[in-house]
Design a protein around this ligand. Structure first.
Ligand code: P6P
Length: 333
């Protein structure tokens, strides 16, 4: 029965030289997660389902719970003395908070929220950096654009059959389950490793005809391998990144959201979706690319930039890279 806070202390996972900073930031994140979990489970009883009637910077309709989660995390992190600034999927610009804070937090407050009305699990994704601008002055854009390898912590909350919090600080991936009776996250998945073989594949193939020929060829090869495999891979895709990723992290699976001819950068955001999920993937023994290059090595240009995303066991990701680099032509069926 190890609580999240005790685990951080036991593992000395504080950032060096800032005792209590990581604990305090994770404590705010876990408080937000507990409250969001509470509101989500009653949403259809309390009129919190559906749209707010606004459109966010992404051009997406804002769900009522998107707004609630975003507002909650902004309030929590704004009062945290260790946090100098925030960037949210729901906010066009970053928000400077405490000039004496040493860290910045990026988050997708409620990813997959279009699934809430149909009872599909949704999640929160977070990514933490040590600021590079001078402490004592307002944070700057460069604090958020340091690149994936500069993250000091990253993780997600999954609001599913239970509320789970998974994170890494570069010392492996660790998972915790919310015990509502105690209001605590308890350690339930220490040192998670992604299985080397895929039991599942997760992608939306409604734009397959617009994918690179090499990737279409990979999909043909995947189906051909399934015809003779002792244990064929199953398609599992719920359209909620955290839910699809979490299943594949525990059971082994490929997640991909490629670019298309019309949208070569794909849909998912680099800073607060791809970077954190890529670091978790690598820390769990998997591989994360944009189809060719490691996600964590891609430079950050702006906080809402998009990137094609491939997450999974190294063998499967390497196979995709081969098909894409050889751009093997699509076989006529
Ligand atoms: P599509 C949810 O809107 C999201 O951002 C991710 O959580 C999810 O993986 C993806 O989009 C689903 O997109 O185009 O398949 O509905």
């Amino acid at each position: 029965m190890v609580t999240l806070e005790q685990f951080i202390v036991d593992k000395q996972q504080e950032f060096e030289g800032a005792s209590g900073a990581f604990s305090k930031i994770l404590r705010d994140l876990s408080l937000g997660a507990k409250l969001i979990s509470f509101y989500l489970r009653r949403a259809s009883l309390t009129g919190l389902l559906g749209e707010l009637g606004l459109t966010n910077i992404q051009g997406e309709s804002v769900q009522k719970l998107d707004h609630l989660a975003n507002t909650l995390f902004i309030r929590l992190f704004s009062q945290n003395p260790h946090v100098a600034g925030l960037a949210s999927e729901e906010e066009e610009h970053f928000i400077a908070t405490n000039p004496h804070g040493k860290y910045v937090v990026l988050f997708d407050p409620l990813d997959g929220s279009s699934n809430i009305d149909v009872g599909v699990p949704v999640g929160t994704i977070f990514s933490i950096y040590r600021r590079v601008s001078p402490v004592g002055s307002p944070c700057e854009a460069r604090d958020f654009l340091q690149g994936g390898r500069a993250q000091v912590a990253a993780g997600y909350v999954l609001y599913g059959t239970s509320t789970l919090l998974f994170y890494t600080t570069g010392q492996g991936v660790h998972g915790f389950t919310l015990e509502p009776a105690a209001g605590e996250f308890l350690l339930t998945y220490p040192q998670v490793q992604m299985p080397a073989q895929c039991a599942f594949y997760s992608f939306n193939d409604n734009q397959l005809h617009e994918w690179a020929p090499g990737l279409q060829r990979y999909v043909q090869d995947l189906h051909a391998r399934n015809r003779t495999a002792a244990k064929p891979q199953s398609l599992r895709y719920v359209g909620s990144l955290v839910a699809d990723f979490h299943r594949n992290l525990l059971k082994g699976g490929l997640f991909m959201y490629p670019g298309t001819v019309k949208k070569p950068e794909g849909k998912l955001r680099l800073l607060y979706e791809a970077y954190p999920m890529a670091w978790l993937t690598e820390q769990a023994g998997g591989k994360a690319t944009d189809g060719q290059k490691p996600i964590l090595d891609l430079p950050a240009q702006n906080i809402h930039q998009r990137v094609p995303l491939f997450l999974g066991p190294a063998e499967e990701i390497n196979r995709i890279t081969t098909f894409l680099s050889e751009n093997v032509p699509v076989e006529t069926l």
